[in-house]
Design a protein around this ligand. Structure first.
Ligand SMILES: *Cc1c(COP(=O)(O)O)cnc(C)c1O
Length: 386
């Protein structure tokens, strides 16, 4: 049998390794020049004015939520079809995540549903570019403008994706990215926040490093001497090391090739599954270009004799590393304990029961892609009602 094909995996080459080793031998392991260089190169890539590198995508969300001004009692509206961190960052600041339902075509948060959830307490919107397809950001920004809200775009899936020809990362007040190994580029753990606002940028820097500043121009008390610094907010140590930023720089050089390969695989999948009555392939809007973090199919349950679990288990038995992205956030026991009820986002829950993530990563070989296609078709057709 074929060896296990995971749903996602990094691609590290000798150049990546050399770039990290050279930093190990240098003077700066952290807070050094590679951090600034990675930030500059990432900002240039997405065409944002500022970028702040942090220790994870989750740290990026927490830092962005702080910069957005979320505090006790504030509400922030997000999707439940996401990794829990998109919502957890609101809880970290004693705010309340509010879940708005998704559009059944794109699986992204539906701007009309956002409007239904806005209250006097709403402070921010946290849309997610699910699977790499940019959310409906123009309409989301319009809603934010009308209600004086900050938009934090969770673009963990969407490095290199475009919306109306513009790169994700330059479209909202704050955008966040993750460099976990399954994402487009990796630093092992790592994240980035991009913004065009100087004011936001300064808040991000403060929060990343304990809420402390060494910049005398920013002091609110008098400068007592060269040793002096001030803690002005309660921040964290969310810094990322120069070792990891060197890896990030090296990975970023390959981003266009990585995305190209992802699209090649997606085209093969689309072609293979398009005509199959048991499978619904991902719908893409005309004005966007996904960078394809995930390839998520919908099982046409009405056409099948079995449920998703059966199909999932049979594919796993064939060593196909299928997965499910995501369990609706408020299904988790922690959220249930907070009082969130099942049923609040019917489209999200409907989708959850029928999705399956297929393996997709640039290092994936053609023979692996063919193996996934063959296995998926064999399993679903075996349980087809017709
Ligand atoms: C990966 C991911 C995160 C968290 O990123 P980490 O780097 O793992 O902390 C947040 N949101 C979404 C949508 C993600 O996919």
């Amino acid at each position: 049998m074929n060896k296990f094909i995971p749903y996602g995996q990094q691609w590290i080459d000798d150049k990546d390794v050399d770039s990290v080793v050279s930093i190990l031998k240098s003077d700066w392991l952290t807070t050094g020049p590679k951090v600034k260089e990675f930030e500059k190169k990432f900002a240039d890539y997405v065409k944002s004015k500022y970028a702040v590198a942090v220790s994870s995508g989750t740290a990026a969300l927490h830092t962005a939520a702080f910069a957005a001004g979320i505090s006790k009692g504030d509400e922030a509206i997000t999707t439940a079809m996401t990794f829990a961190a998109s919502a957890n960052c609101v809880l970290y600041l004693n705010g309340k995540p509010v879940f708005a339902d998704i559009d059944k075509e794109t699986y992204n948060i539906d701007p009309k549903e956002i409007e239904n959830k806005i209250t006097k307490k709403t402070k921010a919107l946290i849309p997610v570019d699910y699977t790499g397809q940019p959310c409906d950001i123009d309409n989301i920004n319009k809603i934010a403008e009308n209600h004086d809200l900050v938009v934090i775009e969770d673009s963990s899936h969407a490095v290199g994706a475009t919306y109306k020809g513009k790169k994700v990362g330059s479209l909202s007040d704050l955008s966040i990215f993750s460099f976990h190994p399954v994402k487009h580029i990796t630093t092992g753990e790592g994240g980035m926040i991009t913004t065009n606002s100087k004011e936001m940028y300064e808040k991000l820097l403060l929060f990343r490093s304990h809420g402390q500043t060494k910049n005398p121009k920013k002091f609110v008390t008098s400068n007592e001497g060269d040793w002096f610094y001030e803690q002005q907010e309660l921040g964290f140590n969310y810094r990322i090391t120069d070792l990891l930023c060197a890896l990030g720089i090296s990975q970023l050089e390959k981003i266009d090739d990585f995305i190209f390969r992802r699209k090649q695989i997606v085209n093969k999948y689309n072609e293979a599954f398009n005509e199959n009555d048991n499978i619904v392939i991902p719908t893409q809007k005309d004005n966007v270009e996904s960078s394809w973090h995930l390839y998520v199919i919908q099982l046409n349950l009405e056409n099948l004799k079995v449920n998703r679990k059966k199909i999932f288990n049979e594919l796993r038995l064939k060593n196909i590393g299928v997965h499910v992205h995501y369990i609706p956030v408020y299904f988790h026991p922690y959220y249930q304990k907070l009082g969130y009820k099942k049923g609040i986002c019917p489209n999200t829950e409907w989708l959850y029961n029928r999705i399956l993530t297929l393996p997709l990563y640039p290092k994936m070989k053609d023979e692996d892609v063919d193996c996934v296609i063959k296995s998926v078709i064999k399993v679903v057709n075996n349980y087809s009602k017709n």
